[in-house]
Design a protein around this ligand. Structure first.
Ligand SMILES: Nc1ncnc2c1ncn2[C@@H]1O[C@H](COP(=O)(O)OP(=O)(O)O)[C@@H](O)[C@H]1O
Ligand SMILES: [Mg+2]
Length: 228
């Protein structure tokens, strides 16, 4: 094996120059919460409003990313023709280690989008505190200058998520647990670690999507990240 050394190569375009071009500096808005808590709904609504107001924004969503960048072995074999051993090596599942790697990659992609000047809106359960904190740290330590990282805890009670259960996943998970198999499903037989100090908290059991959008927009305005 050849030894390889990798060195960061700085560009010459500054974050200020990018911000002047796009009339925004970019930031990551990180939605975290249980399955069915309303992350995707809120992220997609916020994206629409930001775009309407003349801001470039892009949603990175859990399920979508797991069909592409962070596909699992099955997708890699069926859609990309990977051999089984290669698919297992590079595909991501839902074990603790794979969830960690999933979030690490998302954190890095969001950072790149935000560094390019966009609002990166990430919608992932991201159940482990250490993984979210690592994404925050990556933004703070960005080589071209710190990037704002706004953690939004979508704190909808599990009873409400489970009642809505649009994908039928809680039902599946409860049945798996009852059958003694388990599924490693967040909130049922895998932990969700709530953020210790999120910038914002939203409860989709009590608050409307419009209220959620206003909550985040107000915060971004207060921080001077979007126009008033
Ligand atoms: N603020 C809200 N009020 C009422 N229902 C909501 C709200 N936000 C989301 N929902 C509904 O809750 C369900 C789960 O939302 P979703 O955005 O898919 O959650 P997640 O992406 O966190 O899994 C969907 O059926 C959605 O229509
Ligand atoms: Mg979702």
């Amino acid at each position: 094996m050849k030894p390889t050394q990798v060195f960061y190569h700085p560009g010459t375009v500054t974050r200020e120059e990018r911000a002047a071009l796009l009339k925004q500096a970019g930031a990551t808005v990180w939605f975290t919460g249980l399955s069915g808590s309303g992350k995707s709904t809120l992220a997609v609504a916020l994206e629409q409003v930001l775009i309407q107001r003349g801001h470039a924004a892009y949603v990175l969503d859990g399920d979508n990313v797991r069909l592409g960048l962070n596909a699992g072995p099955k997708v890699l074999m069926e859609a990309r023709g990977y051999a089984e051993d290669r698919a297992k090596r590079f595909g991501l599942g839902f074990s603790a280690a794979d969830r960690e790697e999933n979030i690490r990659r998302i954190g890095e992609v969001a950072k790149l989008f935000a560094d390019a000047g966009l609002f990166a809106l990430t919608s992932f359960i991201s159940p482990y505190r250490a993984d979210r904190d690592a994404a925050r740290k990556a933004h703070q330590g960005n080589k071209g200058g710190a990037i704002p990282f706004v953690e939004v805890y979508v704190n909808t009670p599990i009873e409400c998520c489970e009642q809505r259960d649009p994908k039928g996943l809680y039902k599946q998970a409860r049945e798996a647990v009852a059958a003694g198999k388990g599924m490693g499903f967040t909130g049922v037989d895998d932990p969700y670690e709530p953020p210790a100090a999120p910038e914002l908290t939203f409860d989709a059991g009590k608050q409307s999507v419009e209220e959620g959008v206003a909550l985040v927009l107000n915060y971004l305005q207060d921080k001077g990240l979007v126009r008033g």
